[in-house]
Write a protein that binds this ligand. Structure first.
Ligand code: ATP
Length: 267
C-alpha cells in the first residue's frame, strides 16, 4: 500500500493512557484488545470477535487519537480508508475501488481499519433512502461488508455529525458500540494539560492544573495541546540561561490560553 492512496498505512505511537478522559471508551477498547490479542482462544471459549466501533463527536476531542491508540493497544497495523478518494468517474469504478480497498484490508488482517469522517461519504442518505445512486450503492456495499467481513478487521469509524447518518447505519449489530465524544469536563481538562506537559517534560508540582482547567471551559483536547505547545515555544524564545526562568509556570500557560480561541468562543 502506498502513502496517500485510498487505503493508507498510518504510523502511530500514541498510547491509550495519553488520552485524557473518555474513560468508558478506553476501558471498552482495553477489554476488546484482550479478546483481539487472543482471538483463537476467545473463539473457542465462545466469545464474539470484536467487529468495530463508531466514535461520534466534536472535532479535536480525541477521536483520531483513539483510533491510533487502539492500534497500539491491539498491536496490529492501522489502515485508514479515505472514502472520498474512492469515488471515480467511470461506471462501477467507485464500487470497484471500495471492493479492492476492503479486500486489501482483509489481506493485511488482523488490522484496524479506520474510516475517518465517515458521514461525509454517506451524507445525504435520508430516512427514505434519498441520495445519489452511487452514494447509496457504496453505502449498501459497505454495510454488507460490515456484516459479512472477515472479523479480524476491526473497524474504527469516526464522525463529527451523527445527524448525517441514515438510521440503518446506527442499528444494533453494525458496530459493537457507538461512543459519543464530548468536550472534556474540568477534571478531564486537568488530565489533558498534565498529559501534554508530561509529553514535553514540562510538568512540575508548581503548575496549578485545577486553575488551568477552570480557565479553559469549552476548550477541546486539541486546544489544550496547542496552549501547552505555545507556552513552551514562548519560553524557548526568551533565550534565558537561568534554569528557574526556563520552567513553565501556570501563568505562562494562562497567558498562552488567551491566544487560543476555544471552539465554543468561535461558535
Ligand atoms: P477531528 O474530528 O477534527 O479529526 P478528533 O476528535 O479526531 O478531531 P484528534 O485529532 O484526536 O481529534 O485531536 C487532535 C490532537 O489533540 C490529538 O492528537 C491530541 O494531541 C489532542 N487531544 C485531543 N483530545 C485529547 C484528549 N482527550 N486527551 C489528550 N489529548 C487530546
Amino acid at each position: 500500500i502506498k502513502k496517500s492512496s485510498i487505503l493508507e498505512i498510518i504510523d502511530f505511537k500514541e498510547k491509550i493512557e495519553e488520552i485524557g478522559g473518555l474513560e468508558g471508551l478506553k476501558e471498552w477498547l482495553s477489554s476488546k484488545a484482550q479478546v483481539f490479542r487472543r482471538l483463537d482462544e476467545a473463539k473457542k471459549f465462545g466469545v464474539d470477535t470484536p467487529k468495530g466501533v463508531l466514535l461520534v463527536g466534536m472535532p479535536g476531542c480525541g477521536k483520531s487519537l483513539a483510533a491510533k491508540a487502539s492500534a497500539r493497544l491491539f498491536n496490529v497495523p492501522l489502515l485508514r480508508l479515505d472514502i472520498g478518494r474512492l469515488l471515480g468517474k467511470y461506471v462501477g469504478e467507485s464500487e470497484h475501488n471500495m471492493r479492492v480497498a476492503l479486500k486489501t484490508a482483509e489481506s493485511i488482517s488482523p488490522c484496524i481499519l479506520w474510516i475517518d469522517e465517515i458521514e461525509k461519504a454517506f451524507a445525504g442518505i435520508d430516512q427514505n433512502g434519498g441520495a445519489s445512486d452511487i452514494t447509496k450503492r457504496l453505502f449498501g456495499q459497505f454495510l454488507t461488508w460490515l456484516q459479512e467481513k472477515e472479523n479480524t478487521v476491526f473497524v474504527v469509524a469516526t464522525a463529527n455529525d451523527i445527524t448525517a447518518f441514515p438510521p440503518e447505519f446506527l442499528r444494533k449489530g453494525r458496530f459493537d458500540e457507538v461512543f459519543f465524544i464530548d468536550f472534556p469536563n474540568e477534571e478531564e481538562r486537568e488530565r489533558i494539560f498534565e498529559i501534554h506537559l508530561e509529553k514535553r517534560r514540562k510538568m512540575s508540582d508548581d503548575i496549578n492544573l485545577k486553575e488551568l482547567a477552570e480557565e479553559t471551559e469549552g476548550y477541546c483536547g486539541a486546544d489544550i495541546e496547542e496552549i501547552v505547545k505555545n507556552a513552551v515555544e514562548n519560553k524557548f524564545i526568551l533565550e534565558t540561561e537561568n534554569e528557574e526562568e526556563k520552567k513553565i509556570t501556570t501563568n505562562n500557560l494562562l497567558e498562552a490560553t488567551k491566544s487560543i480561541d476555544s471552539l465554543s468562543n468561535i461558535l
